[in-house]
Design a protein around this ligand. Structure first.
Ligand code: PEP
Ligand code: MN
Length: 360
């Protein structure tokens, strides 16, 4: 534990009552672009300036980054603005170049965290560095894979280690670019309570107008910081155009966010309460999503019944479902009365939907 407290020291020193903010463009495009954005972020609550130099692209043919040349631009950023610098590294060569150019914070991208070979190569190259290293969650919602990457870096004696939650890809379309699956980040927080946890609302939402809400949820869930993609001309960015905000918007977001006060005896109770409420909100949203999905399937059944001219109410099947759910509910400490009431309401809604379909 002592060791972990030490690992947080770099964050706490900087925190000064507000979340750590890492901001800057998805990709470094030109020297002018990198410096222009950095100058607009100078003197704000932004502590680290990010810019992707090597861009992992899902499909070939998209902009793959300016390469090592961009590291010089980041050095200029530091010299001219005092902002610390951050970039993504995805192999040994990237790590060596980033360290040579004195980049302050290196992060491992979601597409690298999925590969234990790559993570090990990066961990070996970073061995003993005092730079900050942040591990993004893997693209798929696989907690052990994320934990494995953290353990490989711990084993390489990285002192200033943290994680970035950037959401998880799903086959199914949702309103997010990458589904937050907050419960996964919460579980990771429970396993490593002293590991700084940064949220990346840009890659979670994929849309700039959703960034504020996701950032607020993250802060309510006790996240320590935010990484927000920022560009002076977001619509014309060479990558991730839809999700980048202008420096002006970022400053407004930072002003509007409700920030947890530092814990003291007085605020401890309300912090814990807010945190638990935020967890409940996440689950409530999931309940609504699930109920919506259930209703869509039920609508499909309605269509089938309509084609075959079958009655909506199938009593036998319904009684079977209820019996099973009462038993399952019991195991989770839910009373029979509650299960019956809840499923009766769900069932009634399904019947209403199907009636409408059959009579349409
Ligand atoms: C990025 O931060 O620009 C990036 C490529 O992120 P991720 O690894 O989360 O997709
Ligand atoms: Mn990006």
């Amino acid at each position: 534990m002592e060791n972990k407290k030490e690992m947080r020291a770099w964050l706490d020193n900087m925190k000064l009552g507000h979340p750590l903010v890492i901001a800057g463009p998805c990709s470094a495009e030109t020297e002018e672009q990198v410096l222009n954005i950095a100058h607009q972020l100078k003197g704000t609550d932004v502590s680290y300036y990010r810019a992707g130099i090597w861009k992992p692209r899902t499909r070939p043919g998209n902009f793959e980054g300016v390469g090592a040349l961009g590291l010089k631009w980041l050095q200029k950023v530091k010299a001219e603005t005092g902002l610390k610098t951050a970039t993504e590294v995805a192999n040994r060569n990237h790590v060596e170049l980033a360290l040579e150019h004195d980049i302050d914070l290196l992060w491992i991208g979601a597409r690298s965290t999925v590969s234990p070979f790559i993570v090990q190569e990066i961990a070996d190259a970073l061995k003993g560095t005092d730079k900050i290293v942040l591990v993004k969650n893997p693209v798929n919602p696989d907690l052990p894979l994320w934990l494995g990457a953290i353990e490989r870096l711990y084993a390489s004696d990285i002192k200033k280690l943290g994680v970035i939650h950037r959401g998880f890809s799903t086959y199914e379309k949702t309103k997010y670019r990458n589904n937050p699956e907050w419960q996964l980040a919460i579980e990771l927080q429970t396993k490593f309570p002293d590991l700084p946890l940064i949220n990346d609302p840009s890659h979670i939402t994929g849309k700039r107008d959703m960034i504020f809400d996701v950032s607020q949820t993250a802060l309510d869930l006790n996240f320590d910081g935010l990484m927000i993609e920022t560009h002076f001309d977001p619509d014309n960015a060479w990558s991730d155009a839809a999700q980048q905000v202008t420096p002006k918007t970022l400053i407004q977001i930072m002003q509007d966010l409700r920030v947890r006060k530092e814990t003291d005896a007085e605020t401890e109770y309300s912090n814990s309460l807010n945190n638990l409420r935020a967890q409940i909100d996440v689950l409530d949203n999931q309940l609504i999503e699930l109920l919506g999905k259930r209703m869509k399937i039920s609508d499909g059944i309605g269509q089938l019944k309509r084609q075959k001219n079958v009655a909506v109410l199938q009593t036998k099947r319904w009684n079977e479902i209820l019996g099973k759910m009462v038993l399952e509910g019991e195991e989770k400490g839910l009373s029979e009365e509650f299960i019956l009431k809840m499923f009766k309401a769900i069932h009634q809604e399904s019947i209403n939907h199907q009636e409408k379909i059959i009579n349409s």
